[in-house]
Every structure is written in C-alpha cells, then in structure tokens.
Design a protein around this ligand. Structure first.
Ligand code: ADP
Ligand code: MG
Length: 725
C-alpha cells in the first residue's frame, strides 16, 4: 500500500475580454485565488455579510494552453497508470465554462485537442518505450443522462444490439458496467477513431433524443493491462484511467428568497449533489460510510473516487463578474475536493495460465529429481503420477484384507499411496457402518428411551421391572409368546432353513453355572486347558516352595545346635588353657569337625534360600498367568453365552474375524440410533405372526423392542470389554 495522498485540485479560468480584475486575484505562487466584492455590487448577489473569499488550490490555470493544461493536470496520472495505478481526472464547472473544451478539446483543430486524445497519445508513446512488456489498451465511453446509462460506442459494427439495459456491477476487482462495450485498440489512430465516434454520438444523441447535453456526464475510460514479456513473470498489472466530463454545475435559485440564494440554491443535476455529498464524506476522516450508491454517477465512479487511485479535479470557471455566484460555488467544491485523500496502490494480478505453465515445469523438474533419488537409493522405479481406478481398487482390496487380518502390512510406497490408503480406510469404514446398520435394521426394532407410552406398556404388562430390567427370560425369536420346539410341530417344518436353525436354540437360556460347564467343554476348552495347566504349575511351585521353606527351617535349627556345641567346645578350650604353636591356634578334632559342619550347613542354607527366592518369583508370575486366564475364561464365556442365546446368527457371521464387520469399529451410538422404518417391517411381520388381533400389537411390539435393545446393549458391552484388552 502506498502512502496517503491528497486529491489535486486545479482551476482553469476561461479566457475572456471581460475578466473581473478587481474581483479575482491570483496568489504569487499561482496556487490561490482571492475573491473580493465591493459593497455596492454585493446586493442580492451573495450572502450579504461576506465580501472576501480565499481559495487555496494546487494550481490556477489562467490563459493556459491545452498543452500546459495537460502537462499540469494529466501527464503524471497517465504515466502512473502504466505502472498499475488507477487514475481519475474530472472536469467540474458551470455550463460553458470549458469542461468539454478541456477534456475533449476541439476535434477540428489538432492544437486545441484536449486531455482525452493527449492521454491516448501518451499511453501509446509509453508502450513503445517499454518493449519489455506486452501492453494492451482498451477504451469505453459511457454517458450518464437522467440516471440512464448510454454506451457512446454502441454504434460500432462490432457491438451487437444491446439486449438488456446496462447495469453497474461491483466485484472484488472493482466496479464495472455490465453491457458497456470495451474496445481493444492497438494503435493511436484506432483510439482516436473511437473517441471521435463517441463525440459524434454525443452530439447526435443530444438532438435525436432531445437531451440537454449540459446535463449529461461522460466518462471515457482507458484500460491498460501490462504483462511482462519474460514468461516466468507471473505478475501483471492492470489499471484504468477515467476521464470524466461532468454535467454543468449551475444551480437553481429559489425564487423569493434573494438574500439566502447561495445557501439554498440546488444543483440542476441531482447526481452532482450526490457527488458533492460523497466528496464531503470522503473528506471527513470520521465517516466510514460513503454514499456511493445514491446515483449512477457516484456508483459508476465508486472505485475511482478516493480509494486507491490518483485523482485530479479540474474546475472550470468564468473570469467574469456576472458569473461570480457559480464561480464561488465551483471554487468551494474544489476546496472540498482537496480534503479528500487517496491511497494509490498498484493493481497487481497473477496470470493463472503462466502460473500453471511454470508449475508444470517445476513439477517435471521435481519428478526428474525424484527419479534420481530413487535410483540412488536403489528403489525400483516408483510411479508418482495420480492413481487410476485400478490402482485405487487395489488399495481398497489391500485395506480390506488388512482389516480382515489376511494381510499383515501395507507397504509404504509414496505419499500419494499413503493418502489413498487412508482414504480407502474411510471408504471401507463407512461401508461397514452402513452394512451394520442395514443388518440391524432388518433384524431389530428398538424402543425409544423417551417413548414413555411404549415403556409403560411394557411395564404394565409386567415384562419390565421399575428399574427397566426385563422380567423373565428373553426370547430371541418368539416375540415373547414362547416357541414350540420344532420337533413338536411337524407341520412347521416347511418353514425356511433360517427359521429352522433359529428354532434349534432353546427358548430359554440355561442358568449360567450350567452353561459354564458346557462352555468349558465346547469353545472354552482350549482356554480352560491352559487355565488348568497354569494352575497346576502354580500349585506345584507352591508345594516346592513350602518344602524348601521346611528344609531351610531344619538347616537353621541344625545350624543353631552346631553353633551351641562349638561355643561349648570353645569355652572348654579356654578353661583348659590354650595351645599355641608359632602364633597358630591349636584346636582339637571335635571342635574342628563342628567348624566344618557349620560351614557346610551355611552353604546349604544359602543354596536353599536362593532356590526359595527363585520359586517365589515364579509363583508370583504363575499367579498372574492364572488370574489372566481366569479372567479371559469368564469373558469368553460371557460372549459365548450371549452369542449362543441372544445374538442372531447372521450378525454373528458379520462380527466374526474375517466377517464384514469388526467389533469395535462401529460406534455403539450408531447402532442404537436406528430409525423408524424398521418398525414398519416389524409390524408387517407381526401381523402375520400374531393372530391375536390388533389390540395385542403395540404391546408385543413394545416388549420385543425393549428386549432387543437390552440384549444388544449387553452384547456390545461384552465386545467393547473384549477389545479394551
Ligand atoms: P462546457 O463543456 O463546460 O459546457 P465548453 O467546453 O463546451 O463548456 O465551452 C464552451 C465554449 O467555450 C466552447 O465553444 C469552447 O470552445 C469555448 N472554450 C471554453 N474554454 C476555452 C478555452 N480555454 N479556450 C478557448 N475556448 C474555450
Ligand atoms: Mg460540455
């Protein structure tokens, strides 16, 4: 962002033979205008108190040539546009003061050409001076009359008939006029032709459409886009220069209020009043809302007033005393404009096409680099291209096999492959979740915990106690009616195989202690065997430990006895007088044997003690194994018990290792939140199964739902515990 900059405001005085020398004085620096009126001239003209005004501006152009005006007012703005800065030059003033003369100039006389043709010339000259850049120039010419938008270049053959009226559109890049033709011009001459075309249309329109041309605003826009000829340079700049010839600023006097004319006079052209409001708001640092959208003029110029552009106002005034009133209001407008600050900034953009090309180059280079790395690391050629469907399907299959346990590892190849593996994990997971849901929905209708009616129906029927526990034994299939053993009813044998299988189960599960014995002989036999084996090892070690302890105690007792005997021998020797031979103590044989024995006992004691310590460690370890086995045995039993008597078999198949569902992978909340459509299925089934009539329907429905939910929760909790291990 650039630094803040003030709007430049200039005054151009229209040449006249009748210049009011006494009234209008310029400062020595040519930047200020002082106005003085004599008392007697004052009557009724302006506010009756003030006789002197002083305006400080950026330059006063008196008797200035078109050339000088351009140099002073426009040259820098145009030059900066080539560097990416937007620019706006506006001519303001009462009708006839020279706005159009300044902006367009005379089209007959080259010398008197105005800012527009000169700006175009400068742009093309600068383009020639910049061979390093490919610069395109486009122009458009808009007229705003009576809040309507007119395209002054719409008569050109390349512009089709407009279907919809033009609209002002705002986007993050700025404001543009939808429907306004924008013309590419590759050389000065083309640009001039466009300008003349527009000027001609302006005149014609004022006749044919009966427009008062002094009341229209004309905006000639030059759009510049500069791309570096160095292809690696992705940045490019855009800018636009708005050259605005405003409507006449003259005001309408209110009749009958002579003395207060200046205050109450209003613009004939309402949009100028809105322009002034916007300018006042822009000049007021405390204002954060600028009323740009009040009229087409300010809306169209929204990003060209203030903001990030270079801005210049040229106020055209008459130098004659008779026009003093309008001159004063024009100078006031100019002073207000000087309060506005802008923050010129380069409009820099990125060329997407070039960026893609550069990135492609970079990508190719990096791929080569990777190939070199792979060959240095002795890796066989790894493909880094995006995966095709077949490769993705292969990864999906790997993931499935991994989840089933038939594949131990998925080899890492590259980042893309790792990402795809994770992706496929997600795919498989969500498929499995759906499968579980589907299977459960087919099988279960769950009772809603908040469905008090259903719960109380169940409670009333005595099928559930106050704590929510079911009374009596749950029944997997019989809807609480009890199922006749299949053998008892030969007529029912014709039922499906599935039904047949389910009926093989006892209608009431056996008591747990009984079932536990069965389990130990059936699926639990291996764990039970290991459990028993561990237990016998433990017992054996315990026995050995107790034997060792006993031995240690015996040795200890013998050691004590031997020590006592030794002490006795020692005291005896001391009483009898000691024998010494060359410093060596002489002891008798008995004492010597006792010493040897004690030494031997100590050795035994140490060995046994070591053994006991080892045994104790072993016992502790075995105890741990036994505890673990017992725990496992009971847990497996619980699962077996539930599977054998509560979980439907088709779900069991899915839950088995290698089955489509892995326990623990499906959040229990998902399983429990099954929807209503199952209930429909269930009720259909019931109506065929229950001939008792519709009255019993809701009752049984509620009962079964409760049972199923209860059983399911229990089972899933079993699985969760199993997986926490
Ligand atoms: P506006 O557009 O403000 O209504 P014009 O630019 O049409 O005023 O000027 C009115 C007339 O005065 C035109 O004939 C124009 O040629 C002439 N005129 C204005 N300013 C100058 C000037 N600085 N030198 C010569 N003629 C001028
Ligand atoms: Mg004009």
């Amino acid at each position: 962002m650039g630094t803040r900059k003030k709007v430049h405001a200039f005054v151009r005085v229209k040449p006249t033979d009748d210049f009011a020398h006494e009234m209008i004085k310029y400062g020595d620096d040519n930047k200020s205008i002082d106005i003085h009126i004599k008392k007697d001239l004052q009557k009724g003209v302006v506010n009756n108190k003030q006789t002197d005004w002083s305006f400080k501006l950026d330059g006063v152009l008196h008797n200035a040539s078109q050339d000088l005006v351009y140099e002073t007012v426009a040259k820098d703005v145009v030059a900066q546009a080539l560097d990416g800065y937007n620019g706006t030059i506006m001519c303001y003033g009462q009708t006839g003061a020279g706005k159009t003369y300044t902006m367009t100039g005379t089209t007959e006389n080259y010398k008197h050409r105005g800012i527009l043709p000169r700006a175009l010339q400068q742009v093309f000259r600068m383009i020639e001076e910049r061979p390093t850049h490919a610069i395109t120039v486009r122009v458009s010419y808009l007229e705003i009359y009576n809040e309507s938008l007119f395209d002054l270049l719409s008569t050109l053959p390349c512009v089709g008939p407009s279907v919809t009226p033009m609209t002002i559109v705002e986007n993050p890049q700025g404001v543009f006029i939808k429907g306004l033709s924008v013309h590419l011009t590759s050389q000065e001459e083309d640009a001039f032709s466009l300008l003349f075309e527009g000027e001609t249309n302006r005149i014609i329109a004022s006749h044919t459409m009966n427009k008062n041309s002094s009341r229209s605003h004309c905006i000639f826009t030059i759009y510049v886009e500069a791309h570096s000829r160095t292809l690696s340079d992705e940045k490019y700049i855009t800018s636009k220069i708005n050259l605005v010839d405003l409507a006449g600023s003259e005001r309408l006097k209110k009749s009958g209020s002579e003395g207060r004319v200046l205050k109450e006079a209003t613009y004939i052209n309402k949009s100028l009043s809105f322009l002034e409001q916007a300018i006042i708001a822009l000049g007021d640092q405390k204002r954060d809302h600028i009323p740009f959208r009040q009229c087409k003029l300010t809306h169209a110029l929204k990003d060209s007033l203030g903001g990030n552009c270079n801005m210049v106002l040229l106020t055209n005034i008459y130098g004659e005393a008779s026009q003093l009133e309008e001159t004063l209001s024009s100078l006031r407008f100019a002073s207000r404009m000087k309060l506005v600050t802008t923050e010129p900034a380069i409009n820099e953009k990125y060329d997407a096409e070039r960026m893609v090309k550069n990135l492609e180059k970079e990508l190719a280079l990096l791929k080569q680099e990777l190939a070199i790395h792979d060959s240095l690391a002795n890796r066989t050629l790894v493909n880094y291209d995006p995966m095709d469907e077949i490769q993705i399907a292969e990864i999906n299959s790997q993931v499935r096999r991994y989840l089933e346990g038939t594949l131990d590892e998925i080899d890492i190849i590259n980042l893309r492959q790792i990402q795809e593996v994770f992706n496929q994990f997600r795919v498989v997971l969500s498929q499995q979740e759906q499968e579980v849901e589907l299977t459960l929905r087919r099988k279960y209708t769950l009772i809603d915990k908040n469905d008090f009616a259903a719960i109380s129906a169940v409670q009333k029927a005595g099928l559930m106690d106050v704590d929510g526990h079911l009374v009596g034994e749950p029944d997997g299939q019989g809807f609480g009616l009890g199922v006749t053993p299949f053998s008892a009813k030969p007529g029912k044998k014709a039922k499906s195989k599935k039904m047949f299988k389910e009926q093989l189960r006892p209608s009431t599960p056996p008591p747990k202690p009984v079932a536990f014995e069965d389990f130990k002989n059936e699926r639990g036999s291996e764990i039970n065997r290991i459990f028993k084996e561990n237990k016998s090892i433990l017992n054996e070690r315990r026995k050995r430990a107790s034997e060792t302890t006993q031995r240690i105690n015996a040795i200890k007792r013998e050691m004590d006895v031997t020590k006592e005997a030794l002490n006795f021998q020692k005291s005896l020797r001391e009483k009898q007088g000691e024998y010494e031979n060359k410093g060596l103590m002489i002891i008798d044989e008995e004492e010597f044997l006792l010493i040897l024995k004690l030494k031997d006992l100590k050795k035994q004691y140490r060995t046994e003690y070591q053994d006991l310590r080892d045994l104790k460690a072993e016992i502790q370890y075995c105890q741990h194994l036994v505890d673990q086995c017992r725990h496992r045995l009971l847990m497996e039993f619980d699962i077996w018990y539930n599977e054998s008597f509560f979980i439907p078999e088709d779900i069991q198949v899915s839950l088995k290792p290698g089955g489509s569902i892995r326990p623990g992978m499906v959040p229990i909340s998902r399983i429990m939140s099954l929807g209503e459509d199952d209930q429909d299925k269930f009720s259909q089934l019931q109506q065929t199964e229950l001939p008792e009539g519709p009255d019993s329907f809701s009752f049984y429905n509620a009962k079964v739902k409760t049972e199923q939910k209860h059983n399911y929760l229990k089972t899933m909790m079993g699985f969760q515990q199993a997986h926490r291990k």
